[in-house]
Design a protein around this ligand. Structure first.
Ligand SMILES: [Zn+2]
Length: 56
């Protein structure tokens, strides 16, 4: 069975295009802990559980 919106962990999502389903939580696994990094003034958030990446 397919889910409506599958998360591809090889893609870096952008929160403007893919808003958090629940603010501050991973869309994929609902985890609330992230690794954060800043590169070229871009704030990247990576889920500590599943590794989903999103620019926020
Ligand atoms: Zn996750």
């Amino acid at each position: 069975m397919e889910t409506k919106q599958e998360i591809d962990l090889s893609i870096i999502y952008n929160i403007r295009e893919v808003p958090d389903k629940v603010s501050g939580r991973c869309d994929n696994c609902n985890n609330a802990q992230f690794k954060s990094s800043i590169k070229n003034m871009i704030f990247l958030r990576e889920c500590r559980n599943c590794g989903m990446k999103k620019i926020i």
